[in-house]
Write a protein that binds this ligand. Structure first.
Ligand SMILES: [Fe+2]
Length: 118
């Protein structure tokens, strides 16, 4: 939870972003720990209990991620591009760049005075 820059130079929103990022990191770490316990526990009831806990941590991580999406525009842009898609993940950005170019230049004239988007 340490700051990398002088804390007095960080605004309140930046401190909250730091808190949210750390919360997300902690939730993801907990998901990993619980998941390892799920797959290694021998007692079925304990296995179910830690699976429940793991899935609660996934909920917490998603809540932190949603707060970040609402408060850091780059998260919003990236999540909108990558989440709930079916294309090969490494090809999504290329496809989106093509769509952005189409949207910016729907008539396909190729000259909007904003330079190439590719
Ligand atoms: Fe949690």
């Amino acid at each position: 939870m340490a700051y990398h820059e002088p804390v007095e130079e960080l605004q309140a929103i930046d401190r909250d972003i730091h808190r949210a990022l750390n919360s997300l990191k902690e939730e993801i770490e907990a998901i990993d720990w619980y998941h390892q316990r799920v797959v290694t526990a021998s007692d079925p009831e304990l296995k179910a209990l830690v699976a429940h806990n793991r899935d609660e941590e996934i909920e917490h991580a998603c809540m932190a991620l949603e707060w970040l999406r609402r408060n850091m525009p780059a998260w919003d842009a990236q999540l909108r591009m990558y989440l709930f898609t079916d294309a090969p993940i490494t090809e999504i950005e290329e496809g989106a760049e093509g769509e952005e170019a189409d949207a910016a230049d729907p008539a396909g004239r190729g000259d909007l005075g904003i330079g190439s988007l590719k």
